[in-house]
Write a protein that binds this ligand. Structure first.
Ligand SMILES: [Fe+2]
Length: 301
């Protein structure tokens, strides 16, 4: 497998010569190692139908079935559809997903380690997805902000991002919110997480889903969270991927935040996402807490 690796401190390795339909088990291991080392892997010129895309994800790990079925592809529930088009005259997935900084499923007890994205229709005028290198953010975090996250837990929740559906018509907003909160209660994760394989530390938070630092009062929370978001969303930490037709991307949510670009409403857009569990804990509490055998087994699975 021929790979173009990024410069030090930048993200994104590019696999130059692989038709992912033909991925061998040795190549699947190499791909996972690339994701752990470079956070994001690009496969160019792919041509896959839904079934082949799903089969590739199964070689990398276990595909997620997203907990809200209005995002599901009608024939393949593992495929999360983001689109503003109709299929057979019917709504197909959800429009305008992920236009804010976030990591996928941070609001669940077991967040999603990997995300694959394989756009089917890319809008002409805005063809970018943005990433934040959260390992680098942690490394550069100034001491006056580090003291607020080191050893602390953060609260993550998705209720402010819920998209109202047809079934919510005629219901009070407070009832819709309560139902969502009952289904997806807020969770807590360490503010600084240690990667199970590389053992490197990342700041694990996002302006999309993180709503509090546990143990701080409301006013201090508002002030410090805003300072943290302003610091981490600086240009120096942003990586841009400009999509070409046929690109398939695999990235790691442990170390990256991401954000979709805002497309012009009149332009068609269709994206297929598959979330993948890699068989490892999302984070470990200390470097010694993961068994090397577990890593070997997860790589080989
Ligand atoms: Fe996302």
């Amino acid at each position: 497998m021929k790979v173009h690796k990024p410069q030090r401190e930048s993200i994104g390795a590019e696999v130059l010569d692989l038709d992912v339909k033909l991925t061998s088990s040795a190549e699947a291991i190499a791909i996972k190692e690339l994701v752990y080392d470079h956070k994001l892997v690009i496969f160019r010129n792919q041509s896959l139908n839904e079934k082949q895309y799903l089969e590739f994800s199964q070689k990398i790990g276990t595909p997620q079935i997203y907990p809200q079925d209005n995002y599901h592809h009608p024939d393949h529930p593992e495929i999360f559809v983001s689109s503003n088009i109709l299929k057979d005259g019917k709504k197909f997935g959800m429009p305008g997903t992920g236009r804010y900084w976030h990591t996928d499923c941070a609001f669940l007890d077991e967040p999603l380690p990997f995300t694959m994205l394989y756009p089917q229709i890319i809008p002409q005028s805005n063809r970018e997805t943005y990433y934040l290198n959260m390992e680098l953010v942690y490394e550069k975090l100034p001491a006056h902000l580090k003291m607020y996250v080191e050893g602390k837990y953060l609260k993550h929740e998705a209720k402010w991002r819920y998209k109202v559906q047809e079934c919510d018509l005629d219901r009070a907003i407070i009832d819709i919110m309560h139902d969502f909160e009952n289904r997806f209660p807020a969770v807590q994760h360490p503010a600084v997480i240690t990667h199970p394989v590389t053992q490197k530390k990342s700041l694990y938070m996002s302006s999309g889903f993180t709503t509090g630092i546990i143990g701080l009062d409301y006013e201090t929370n508002q002030k410090i969270l805003q300072e943290l978001f302003s610091f981490m969303e600086r240009d120096e930490f942003i990586h841009k991927h400009k999509w070409n037709d046929g690109d398939l991307i695999l990235w790691e949510n442990r170390t990256l935040n991401h954000k979709a670009s805002i497309s012009v409403l009149s332009e068609e857009s269709l994206n297929y996402r598959i979330g993948v569990y890699d068989g490892l804990p999302f984070y470990v509490s200390s470097p010694s807490s993961v068994n090397p055998k577990t890593i070997t087994e997860a790589l080989a699975s």
